[in-house]
Design a protein around this ligand. Structure first.
Ligand code: J2J
Length: 548
């Protein structure tokens, strides 16, 4: 019996005629995703490609060579092309080397965030059929080796673990240094098929746990390269990855891969605190970085007392959640800094405000599509196009937007239309200029300061709490986070406390950002005629003052 995950990964991802068109238009170059690193290693070998937060530096020649060594070492270690390899690492040089090396070897990295815990990692490991993973020993006080032990108990197919740092004693676990010592002389590898899946990203999640997003060499290369062009990146660009590089935004929008596509320099911040970010900007003369709005607010606040010289910074990309106009204006008070709004998604479609846009468009819209071939429709609840300028759900397809998740047919039938449009779940309106303004979301996704998750996922856990009879979780407006999560609990008898609910979720290995921020005890949970949670009525309830 063929492995269903392997079959799903090797299926054609776009109809043949559409794929041909994208090739003819030059969007898809038929190149392996790491080809630009090879290219600049030949033309600018000594140019700095990558610098981490403790100042370790790799030139393009060194990065290229290290990626080859990783590719060879992974093969010696027993990984084969097509194998899935979880990468759960903070922003370290090793993350980038493992990513580039595995992509080169045709091994498929599965990008997992350092904030993910058992629930998410196990789900992504099972869904991808992962056989290996890479972690750091610890980040702050958290020990990833313990996490991986629990993941492997649940997913025995993960036979190998590479640890950046101290590996410990477990079976199949080796250190990054030992892995690299396995690298042999460069071998002739068969050329990678650019239509094949290069890596797996994960979605924020609606209706349950995150879904796996297969991105091909062709489409992700275009994603990064076209983004770099639209954002004015060139060989003088110094890009600071402040957000986790496992996320699509800093990885390829334009992020690391976009910077490599033009021969610029990437700086990695181990963590995005104002101190760390400002000092890296000063030290490496960073020209551009990207952040979610909550982080920007933190930076703005810190800047009031900070005297670091950040005058090299020219562009601040903000996305992941809606940027308030007032915050955009405050950023524009920083001398020489321009804001760019980015409304993107790991599934593909990217919208950017552009350098030539008038300032009010930059401050009040979430940008316009990257590609001339991004198709956009905005539809009502029946799937019919809304009138120009009206709010509706955004559907899209194009040269870098996936046509299916790595998931079962029901999930795909729900997420994509029969003619291949991705139903984003985002409610938007379009201005005559083509710029989109995000008005909210349909469905159950909560966007807590840029970190997304499905309310249903948390409801499915909390319903198991002994004190809970009925439960609903809702995203509610919050001054700091944009959205906070509010749990409505209809208790069995004695109501549980917020703390008890959080502990319950933590014990189950749910990522911390998904724990409810607030609790409201109610007598019942409003349901729709179809017996689903009525989120619209809940939102009205959430606005009402708490009865005393
Ligand atoms: C409002 N909502 C936004 C914005 C994303 C660049 C930037 C962000 C992401 C990302 C990304 C928003 N205003 N400016 O991948 O490359 C919400 C939408 C969207 C969802 C996608 C990139 N920018 N969003 O955030 O896959 O609801 O990607 O559908 O994590 O974030 O989340 P994600």
């Amino acid at each position: 019996m063929p492995d269903p995950i392997v079959s799903a990964l090797s299926a054609p991802r776009w109809p043949d005629d559409v794929a041909r068109r994208y090739r003819e238009l030059g969007y898809w170059r038929g190149e392996e995703l790491t080809a630009p690193v090879r290219h600049y290693a030949a033309s600018h070998p000594d140019k700095p490609a990558l610098i981490d937060s403790v100042g370790r530096l790799l030139t393009y020649a060194e990065l290229d060579r290290t990626a080859d060594q990783v590719a060879s070492a992974l093969q010696q270690w027993g990984l084969a092309p097509g194998d899935r390899f979880i990468l759960q690492l903070p922003n370290l040089l090793e993350l980038v080397c493992l990513l580039l090396g595995s992509v080169r070897a045709g091994i498929i990295p599965v990008m997992v965030l350092p904030t993910h815990r058992e629930q998410e990692v196990i789900h992504l490991a099972k869904g991808s059929g992962a056989v290996a993973c890479a972690i750091a020993d610890r980040q702050a006080s958290y020990d990833f080796r313990g996490l991986m032990r629990r993941v492997r108990d649940a997913v025995p197919g993960i036979g190998k673990v590479v640890v950046v740092g101290e590996p410990g004693e477990d079976d199949g676990v080796i250190s990054y240094d030992r892995l690299m010592a396995m690298a042999g002389p460069p071998v002739d590898r068969p050329p990678v098929d650019a239509h094949a899946v290069a890596l797996l990203l994960h979605s924020g999640g609606t209706g349950g746990l995150p879904k796996l997003i297969p991105r091909t060499h062709n489409d992700y290369d275009y994603n990064a390269r076209a983004s770099a062009e639209a954002c004015g990146f060139d060989e003088n660009t110094v890009y600071l990855a402040a957000l986790s590089a496992a996320h699509n935004f800093p990885l390829a929008c334009p992020g690391l891969l976009g910077t490599f596509s033009v021969g610029g320099t990437v700086v990695l911040a181990r963590e995005p605190s104002p101190d760390s970010v400002f000092s890296l900007i000063e030290k490496h003369k960073v020209t551009v970085t990207a952040a979610v709005p909550t982080l920007v607010s933190l930076w703005l606040e810190a800047r009031e007392f900070d005297e670091t010289d950040i005058s090299s910074l020219k562009l601040l990309q903000v996305g992941g959640a809606k940027l308030a106009e007032s915050v955009a204006r405050r950023i524009h008070e920083w001398p020489g800094v321009r804001v760019q709004q980015v409304f993107g998604m790991a599934e593909g479609l990217l919208n950017y405000t552009r350098a030539e846009d008038p300032i009010d468009i930059v401050e009040t819209t979430q940008g316009r599509p990257l590609s001339p071939d991004d198709e956009i429709v905005i539809v009502d609840e029946e799937g019919q196009p809304v009138a120009d300028g009206a709010v509706g759900e955004l559907w899209t397809r194009g040269p870098y937007t996936i046509r299916s998740y790595l998931a079962g047919p029901e999930i795909n039938a729900r997420s994509f239309t029969p003619d291949g449009f991705y139903r984003t779940g985002d409610m938007v309106r379009r201005l005559p200029s083509g710029h989109l303004v995000v008005a909210g979301r349909s469905g159950d996704q909560i966007n807590r300061g840029g970190e997304k998750f499905s309310a249903v996922e948390i409801e499915n856990h909390l319903i198991d709490h002994p004190a809970v009879k009925e439960i609903a979780v809702l995203g509610v407006p919050d001054a700091d986070l944009g959205q906070a999560s509010l749990a409505f609990v209809h208790p069995v008898e004695t109501p549980p406390s917020l703390r008890e609910l959080k502990d319950f979720l933590r014990q189950r290995g749910v990522a911390t950002y998904k724990l409810p921020d607030r609790l409201r005890i109610v007598d019942d949970i409003p349901l729709t005629r179809f017996g689903k949670i009525d989120r619209k009525r809940l939102a009205l309830l959430a606005d009402e003052p708490v009865p005393s």
